[in-house]
Structure formats: structure tokens, C-alpha cells
Design a binder for this molecule. Sequence first.
Ligand code: FES
Ligand code: FES
Length: 162
Amino acid sequence: MRERTRVSISFELNGTHRHLEVDAHRTLLSVLRDQLGTLDVKEGCDEGVCGTCTVLLDGRPVSSCLVLAARLDGARVTTMAGLSADGRPHPLQEAFVRHGAVQCGFCTPGMVLTAYAYLRQHPAATREELRRALAGNLCRCTGYAKILDAVEAYAREVSLGR
Ligand code: FES
Ligand code: FES
């Protein structure tokens, strides 16, 4: 039987420092959900297709089911819960609720994080650009129009300084 390789990793999760021993073959998704109980990160296809497991790794959206835990050492990980401040949802989450962009909610964390990261880089993005930016995040419920409405509305609020 092959021996399992363990690695020691230190990283920041939503502003809190974490130090863990993990099996080297484990994914970031597995460490977040199974080892740390970070259940706002959802598990869908587990093969990099649906975008449900998206988190921000050093500010960039990644499919956490495709990232090995060993890659985490020294990194900064943000999940949707990490966008909240003082226990309040982030304004982008509020826009999702206001615009009816949340139905079962399974895709919502990945959608919110992908849109958030994209708008930080492209604050004046058009609806078509937002549609392309979110193309890797699948939603089975909403038909996407309400999600785009929510992201556009949030982008407008930010550009107006609200
Ligand atoms: S669960 Fe990671 S992309 Fe689908
Ligand atoms: S709201 Fe159900 S998958 Fe998107």
C-alpha cells in the first residue's frame, strides 16, 4: 500500500489565519468543506465544469475542486462569507436577493464571487461582458437574466458611489 503524503499549510481564510496538516492529494474544496466546515462553498460537478465551487484565491476566482491543497500555503482564500462585513450580507448579495436572482441558491456563492472579482477589474463592464465573465458558472434555476440584472444593478450602485 502506498503511503499518503501529508503537507503542512498556512493560509488566510476570510481574514483568519489557518494552519493545517492535509493529505497532499486533497483539493481546496475538500479542505474547505470537509476539514474546515466552510459550507458556503458548494460542491457540484467536482471536475471543473460548473463553477459552483468558486472561491477567490489571492483575489482571483478559481474552481476550488481543481486546486490542490498544497497550493494554499501562503495564500489568501475568500469565500462568499468573507465578503460580508459586521454580519451583514455584501451589497452584491443584497442585489441578488432584490432582483430575484436566488432561487435554490446553489450557484449563488460562485456567481457572487465571480461577479465581484470581475467588477473589481472591470467596473464599467457591459451586460454582454458580464454575461461572458459568468459563462463558467452554471445555474439550473434562474435563466441568468435576473442574475445579470442583479450584477448590473450592483455595478451601477458602485459607480454612483452608493
Ligand atoms: S464543483 Fe468545481 S467546477 Fe463544479
Ligand atoms: S439558483 Fe438554483 S442553480 Fe442557480
